[in-house]
Write a protein that binds this ligand. Structure first.
Ligand SMILES: [Ca+2]
Length: 351
């Protein structure tokens, strides 16, 4: 069917009529009704930003024989900095490639931290096989938790968080929640893009023991991983503007492009999923996600679904699991509009 201008006008009117019905009615009431109190200015109704700790395996721009490394932690840090009205980064700790992560995080903060606050960065576990070994990161995270209760946004393997919980179990009550990028519903393969390749649950598989420590601690866990993130997609045209931006934007543009091309080669699509932005989204824009609350969690052993032989552990959630004490809030869907929020936050110059 061809849509004529008349069709379009009718359709627009119909949509506008539906969407605007309530606000217009409210407006009419507040304009005409003299007994109603004036609406409070939005600035006075906003809540204070949540103070959070960020633990990240940032590796953006790290030289790699495949051509590029994952970039989503960098996008997430920028998004957090540009939503300083919603979250305030108390400190940042690095996990995996801890030295590289430390340096590149400082570089990004130098370009993009306009909050007026110094955000300290600490090196954590390099090997991911050393839960319990104190690092600058674990010491700083523990000290921060002793001072105040807050959520931890952990967008890499869980080693640093597990070290704090193992060595200082009394601090579990100081952690409001740990928001992580991991987990799946049983039988869900991770096949991004054109579904040509199956990949693993990276953050979980790099240190499954750390997730055991986390769940055994009884701290509230939010899983916001592949299932809810996979359709949020940053293509070449979404990020073209960075090439014309600030010094930082230009560096980022040059760094993101090889990652998009690698994704095209491996997954068939020229662009990437900014995975780690959805756990941040739980803290900044929770209404853009659908969640299962208090869903049972288990680590199951199954055949490797990524082309390897043998078995591997899977972090899985299901209301059918009756034999596990572990529970999580599980994000299973991102609603329309979140992708736009991610892109807009990269463009945002002012706080
Ligand atoms: Ca990450």
């Amino acid at each position: 069917m061809r849509i004529t201008a008349q069709h379009l006008a009718l359709l627009t009117a119909a949509i506008a009529g539906t969407l605007l019905a309530l606000p217009l009615q409210s407006l009419a009431q507040s304009t005409l009704g003299t007994s109603q109190k004036p609406t409070q200015p939005i600035s006075q109704t906003l809540a204070q930003p949540r103070r959070i700790w960020l633990d990240t395996d940032i590796m953006v721009g790290m030289p790699d024989k495949r051509g590029a490394r994952e970039v989503d932690d960098a996008i997430t840090i920028m998004m957090a900095l540009r939503h300083a009205d919603k979250v305030q980064l108390v400190g940042i700790s690095t996990v995996t490639y801890a030295d590289y992560g430390y340096n590149v995080t400082q570089k990004l903060l130098g370009w993009y931290n306009k909050t007026g606050r110094k955000i300290p960065v600490y090196r954590g576990s390099d090997t991911l096989h050393d839960i319990g070994r104190e690092t600058d990161a674990s010491r700083a995270m523990a000290a921060a938790l002793r001072r105040e209760r807050m959520p931890i946004l952990a967008i890499g393997p869980m080693t640093n968080v597990a070290t704090v919980l193992k060595n200082h179990p009394e601090l579990a009550k100081q952690i409001e929640e740990v928001v992580v990028c991991a987990g799946r519903t049983p039988g869900l393969p991770f096949r991004p893009g054109l579904e040509l390749v199956t990949v693993g649950d990276y953050n979980f598989e790099m240190d499954p023991e750390a997730f055991r420590v986390l769940f055994n601690s009884g701290v509230k866990v939010v899983l916001s991983g592949y299932e809810c993130s996979v359709y949020t997609f940053l293509g070449r045209t979404d990020l073209d503007f960075l090439a014309r931006g600030s010094e930082g934007d230009k560096w980022l543009s040059k760094t993101l492009r090889p990652w998009q091309l690698l994704n095209k080669n491996v997954f068939g699509v020229d662009g990437f999923v900014p995975w780690d932005t959805t756990p941040l989204g739980y803290l900044t824009h929770p209404t853009y996600f659908k969640y299962h609350e208090a869903i049972p969690v288990r680590i199951n052993t199954r055949g490797d679904d990524t082309g390897g032989t043998g078995q591997k552990p899977f972090l899985e959630v299901s209301f059918d699991y009756k034999d596990t004490p572990w529970r999580a809030t599980y994000a299973y869907k991102t609603l329309p509009g979140f992708e736009e929020i991610v892109i807009e936050s990269l463009k945002k110059k002012e706080l």
